[in-house]
Design a protein around this ligand. Structure first.
Ligand code: NDP
Length: 256
């Protein structure tokens, strides 16, 4: 890989599949280089890197479990090495906290283990990973945190998940407040129901669920990854530099 210094660099957690994958490809199309993370599926991460290389972009894949804060120091060390070796830099520009899982369980049946897993990945992990990465983020950088329509409306079985996403929306506003002096913006992108592997692929593979989602969406269908990645890429462009501390729902008008 050739060393580049001119391109902006984005870190996208969970960039190997789904919304993260679509985001990294659309960032590459805009000339933004990428450090994408994956959890366990190395093959998909390698495929994402190859797809970006075909577009003429530069990408590196690093392993990360965003639910294990004890691993973050090692991740930061790997990131520093990757930034130095591939770009000759000690910093990056954009952070997209996207990695996540879905667990559907009614409040009466949610176990403490399920709750802790969601909290560690969606809330605690995002807080402390961002904290660890801030010293490496260039002034004038951008943070995008992924929330969900489920933080605005209530979907049966998503109480624990939805409340973590609600917390992320509050965290985002505090990030914007505390980082403004460095010229760093922070915004939340909240997708509606999107056809990915998320939650066992329910939106994509369960015809009844897909039909229900379509029926409560103003634009009359469930979302696809292509509805989200280009939007995130455009939010990271200079055109949107004055958008700060906002929750932007990208749902085609779901449950309005
Ligand atoms: P996918 O299941 O398609 O992809 C999940 C990605 O996150 C993969 O890259 C996966 O890596 C990674 N990941 C999973 N667990 C961990 C972990 N413990 N640590 C680090 N990385 C992990 O999900 P989506 O793309 O659909 O979801 C992305 C984000 O969007 C999530 O935050 C989700 O909550 C949110 N969202 C999704 C919606 C939807 O309907 N799809 C709606 C609203 C919000 P690997 O391949 O290695 O497992």
């Amino acid at each position: 890989m050739t060393a580049q210094t001119a391109s902006k660099i984005a870190i996208v957690t969970g960039g190997s599949r789904g919304l993260g994958r679509n985001t990294v490809v659309n960032l590459a199309r805009k000339g933004i280089d990428v450090v994408l993370t994956y959890h366990s599926n190395r093959a998909e991460a390698d495929a994402a890197v190859a797809e970006i290389a075909e577009l003429g972009g530069n990408a590196v894949a690093l392993q990360l479990d965003s639910g294990v804060t004890e691993s973050f120091d090692d991740f930061v060390a790997s990131l520093k090495t990757a930034l130095s070796e591939n770009w000759g830099r000690g910093s990056f520009d954009f952070l997209v906290n996207n990695a996540g899982i879905g667990i559907n369980a009614p409040i009466t049946e949610t176990t403490e283990e399920q709750f802790d897993r969601l909290m560690n990945i969606h809330l605690k992990g995002v807080f402390f990973l961002t904290q660890k990465l801030l010293p490496l983020m260039a002034d004038g950088g951008r943070i995008i945190n992924l929330s969900s329509g489920l933080a605005r409306f209530s979907g049966p079985g998503y109480a624990a998940y939805g409340m973590m996403k609600g917390g992320i929306e509050v965290f985002t506003r505090y990030l914007a407040k505390e980082l403004g002096t460095r010229g760093i913006t922070a915004n939340t992108v909240a997708p509606g129901a999107i056809e990915t592997d998320f939650g066992g692929g329910a939106v994509r593979d369960n015809a009844n669920y897909n039909k229900m989602v379509s029926s409560v969406t103003a634009l009359g269908r469930a979302g696809v990854a292509d509805d989200i990645g280009p939007m995130i890429a455009s939010l990271l462009s200079d055109d949107n530099r004055w958008v700060n501390a906002q929750r932007i729902e990208v749902s085609g008008g779901m449950n309005i």
